[in-house]
Ligand binder design. Sequence first.
Ligand SMILES: NC(=O)c1ccc[n+]([C@@H]2O[C@H](COP(=O)([O-])OP(=O)(O)OC[C@H]3O[C@@H](n4cnc5c(N)ncnc54)[C@H](OP(=O)(O)O)[C@@H]3O)[C@@H](O)[C@H]2O)c1
Length: 234
Amino acid sequence: MAESSRTALITGASRGLGLALARALADRRWSLILDARGADALEAARTELSDTASVIAVPGDVADPAHRQALADAARGLGGIDVLVNNASTLGPSPLPPLLDYPLDALEGVYRVNVVAPFALLQALRSELKTGARVINVTSDAGVEAYEGWGGYGSSKAALEQLSAVLAAENPSLRVYWVDPGDMRTQMQQDAFPGEDISDRPPPEESVPAFLQLVEGDLPSGRYAARELAPATA
Ligand SMILES: NC(=O)c1ccc[n+]([C@@H]2O[C@H](COP(=O)([O-])OP(=O)(O)OC[C@H]3O[C@@H](n4cnc5c(N)ncnc54)[C@H](OP(=O)(O)O)[C@@H]3O)[C@@H](O)[C@H]2O)c1
């Protein structure tokens, strides 16, 4: 597949929102660097998207420094990236435990994946960011609302939001977006509501148009709610 001049690195792109966004960017002939821990599902995504785009798949855990370096090496090999989408995330234990019962090792694990890893990946990639690069950190309404059971995941997203806000203040040459995609019918949503019917949640594809606006437009750094930025038309 011909190389594109625009490159995005999307973490957690083997399913859910990450894969939906990767499909949309592949259709627009972006070059893609994708990761996820499960190598088989990631390879299936790479195979599918390689019909339309240049795709590099790097299996691994975003919490692993060696894996983040491998992603940075891939970015350097493509001459840098225009967009980093920190989408990979963990919900933590399911069912969601109340804070007074929350296992502390699990809480640390949630913070490692949802807070430290996105920031550490950006540090690893800093010299691979092209001029005017966009950094998109995927957050959640649980980062700003106090829902029972959502204290671990929600506080990790709150921390991610504040990191994003300070990063934007410190780097006016970057566009830094922290984006709530809204509820989506994905594995994470099912894990949050085990045994419940989640078929009323919209598919992740409905959140993608807002991400495309941020990736291809020139909106100022800030917090965005995907469904407000680009409401579903159907
Ligand atoms: N679903 C919702 O309703 C909802 C609402 C608000 C915000 N969000 C946010 O939206 C984003 C996408 O969520 P989703 O619902 O699409 O989740 P999902 O369907 O569970 O997909 C998560 C993706 O991330 C990968 N992943 C998970 N942990 C990883 C790790 N440590 N290292 C590398 N890859 C990892 C998964 O693959 P592996 O498991 O193979 O690694 C998968 O590709 C997340 O940031 C989430 O917090 C979701």
